[in-house]
Design a protein around this ligand. Structure first.
Ligand code: FAD
Length: 281
């Protein structure tokens, strides 16, 4: 963990752009509440192929107007180089200097994969077309990406993004702390020392968490899965156990030298704020 201890701690909150005006109104209330915790930045997700581009940018600009840094995500799958360049130019014209660069996942039924196949090619393209204008965050996977040919290949894919010019990384969420510590050891062995901030998923609902985790390759430990499952629709017990487990996980991350935390808020302020308070941040 030596590579990580030298970085200042960065706390950030991820939001997604809602489809309706009502959802947007709720999101405003969420970020205003979370802003009181003084995060370093918010990040706002982006639908593959640019489907949320206007809403992503709209939310980012409003958050910035409210006084906090906000980073739009950008994905390359299903897009041409010209589309991506246009999005980067738009972000630049709005004064945005911080982005999260991803491959994205193709919605089922989408025909074209686009011109850039991997996030490393996107980072390279951003550096080619925009120089050092953007601070670029990329994704990484302590329990490995579900489509990776092997753990070793996935580590090499991460290193490619770093070599292409990423400044920092946000991890997929995980519940096994050791997976993160091992991942950092592996990165250090490859000479990768940029900040790798653990992604944290508060637990609100078991069926949704199980679905997400199966899709993204985040393992829910057996004991936790069975306990959460046994609570059925007793939301209070699920949240209570979830708060204990996630607060412990965050505490372990920070006490061992992780350079901050990135919360997948799911557009809800409550659980993230409670974890924050319990950590005494
Ligand atoms: P990559 O780094 O390109 O990796 C994808 C896969 O390809 C991996 O299995 C990797 O091992 C493999 N690979 C990479 N390079 C090569 C190569 N040269 N040869 C062979 N294999 C290779 N999705 C969205 O659509 N919108 C979002 O806003 C969004 N935000 C996210 C934020 C975070 C912090 C995280 C962790 C994920 C986010 N995602 C988002 C999901 C992400 O798009 C998916 O996980 C996607 O499947 C992979 O994206 P990536 O950028 O990690 O891809």
């Amino acid at each position: 963990m030596e590579s990580q201890k030298k970085h200042p701690r960065t706390f950030s909150f991820e939001l997604f752009p809602p489809k309706t005006a009502e959802g947007m109104e709720k999101l405003r209330a969420t970020w205003k509440q979370l802003m009181q915790l003084k995060p370093k930045f918010f990040s706002v997700t982006y639908g593959a192929g640019g489907s949320t581009q206007d809403r992503t940018l709209g939310a980012v600009l409003e958050i910035q107007k409210d006084g906090c840094d906000a980073a739009p995500h950008i994905s390359c799958i299903g897009s041409s180089r010209a589309d991506i360049k246009a999005t980067l130019d738009l972000y630049k014209s709005k004064g945005i200097r911080h982005i999260v660069a991803l491959r994205g996942d193709l919605p089922s039924g989408t025909a074209s994969a686009g011109e850039l196949r991997y996030a490393s090619e996107l980072v390279e393209f951003i550096r080619q077309t925009s120089g050092d204008h953007f601070h670029i965050e990329v994704a990484c996977y302590p329990e490995f990406h579900p489509q990776a040919r092997s753990a070793h290949d996935d580590l090499k894919a991460f290193k490619r993004k770093v070599d292409a010019g990423a400044n920092a990384a946000l991890t997929q969420y995980f519940f096994n702390a050791d997976a993160y510590f091992r991942f950092i050891d592996d990165c250090e062995a490859m000479g990768v020392t940029l900040p790798i901030v653990p992604g944290i998923m508060p637990i609100a609902n078991f069926s949704q968490l199980a679905r997400f985790s199966d899709a993204c390759g985040a393992e829910i430990p057996r004991w936790l899965r069975l306990k959460l499952q046994s609570y059925s629709d007793d939301t209070a017990s699920i949240r209570s156990l979830g708060l204990d487990v996630i607060t412990d996980l965050c505490d372990r991350m920070l006490s061992q030298g992780a350079p901050g935390l990135h919360f997948y808020t799911m557009n809800q302020a409550g659980l993230t704020s409670t974890i924050w308070q319990r950590l005494g941040l």
